[in-house]
Design a protein around this ligand. Structure first.
Ligand code: ZN
Length: 348
């Protein structure tokens, strides 16, 4: 991990004092633990945020005989720094490798804290291309970043009118978490993988085999899953989450087919990029059904000349509510806009 060390040497009569100050990224202050490390297999951990720090998604760790591999490194340099700090309670072995499941900010914006003379950052070549070019100009991150000051203002307004002490304390904590996150976003320097793959790469660590697999376009054009065939564990990022995945950079129709490729892998546990680990493989089919229906329904509304805004409200996915967190009709506008763009491009 890259640490900027400022050394000030103070020399006085017969006394040399070395004052070392470690400059951490802004926004790393927090109270209480920021992560739970859920052990799913010997040496395999799913890192889930507790809410004391803005992390947005999950990471995973693979602890080998001599090193540690991190899968996804969070929403900010601050979150990645705290993630590594807290994981030192599990092991002191060095992190040699980071794998980005895809380019999205909540999975790859910790990359910059790693010293690339010692740490390989691996991702799909599309992930590198996006982090080198316009990842922070994409709607998903732009919406997220521009929304942060407003969220902080809203929390402050609620705090000003709140009289219950417990709720006040909760709001104060949420304000601090959001302010820390905003401070860390201002230090962001998108950092691409320094090793890329197109279809597949396998790392060997002692008896452990770590497969990095691209299964086709889906959540983005360059998602990879990390598959441990001996442990029967797969880390899926946002290609398959415990609930809904955002569609802002997706290819919904192709995603359905790519998920068929995931079904062919022999695993028992999924460590998703959002939500808790799960064993129910039927979730793959639930998400395929949703994608198929969303694509069909939004395409139909577009053919009828309905605006993306109206289609976002009208596309009715409530029949999937038994298996997915859906409260009423509608598909997120950012996803509908993406589908409209895809249809227009393909129609050319
Ligand atoms: Zn994502």
């Amino acid at each position: 991990m890259k640490r900027l060390l400022t050394l000030a040497v103070i020399v006085s009569i017969g006394l040399i004092t070395v004052v070392a100050q470690s400059r951490r990224p802004a926004g790393t202050e927090h109270t209480g633990k920021a992560f739970r490390f859920n052990k799913v297999r010997e040496g395999v951990y799913h890192a889930v945020g507790t809410g004391n720090l803005a992390v947005v998604g999950n990471s995973s760790f693979i602890v080998n005989d001599n090193d540690v591999i991190v899968v996804d490194d969070h929403v900010s340099p601050a979150a990645a720094t705290v993630l590594l700090d807290e994981f030192r309670e599990v092991t002191n072995k060095p992190v040699t490798t980071v794998i980005n499941t895809h380019f999205h900010f909540d999975h790859a914006h910790g990359n910059q804290i790693f010293d690339q003379s010692r740490v390989d950052i691996i991702g799909h070549e599309y992930t590198r291309q996006m982090l080198l070019s316009n990842s922070i100009g994409m709607p998903l991150y732009k919406n997220y970043l521009t929304g942060l000051p407003g969220q902080i203002d809203d929390l402050k307004k609620r705090l000003a009118t709140e009289s219950d002490a417990t709720t006040q304390a909760m709001l104060e904590r949420q304000i601090k978490v959001a302010e820390n996150n905003l401070a860390s976003q201002r230090e962001l320097k998108p950092t691409p993988p320094n090793i890329t793959l197109k279809d597949r790469m396998t790392l060997y660590r002692g008896s452990r085999e770590i497969q990095i697999r691209y299964l086709g376009r889906g959540h983005t054009a360059g998602d990879v899953v990390v598959f441990l065939p001996n442990e029967k564990v797969v880390m899926t990022g946002d290609f398959l989450t415990a609930g809904m995945s955002n569609l802002s950079d997706s290819y919904p129709d192709e995603w359905v087919k790519s998920l068929d490729e995931l079904k062919k892998l022999d695993f028992d546990v999924v460590l998703p990029g959002h939500g808790e680990a799960f064993t129910d493989k039927a979730k793959i089919g639930y998400w395929q059904d949703y994608l198929r229906d969303a694509w069909t329904e939004v395409s139909r509304l577009k053919r009828e000349g309905v605006s993306a805004e109206d289609a976002s409200k009208r596309a009715d996915m409530t029949k999937h509510a038994a298996h997915l967190p859906i409260n009423g009709p509608g598909v997120a506008l950012i996803g509908v806009q993406r589908m409209y763009d895809l249809i227009d491009q393909r129609a050319k």
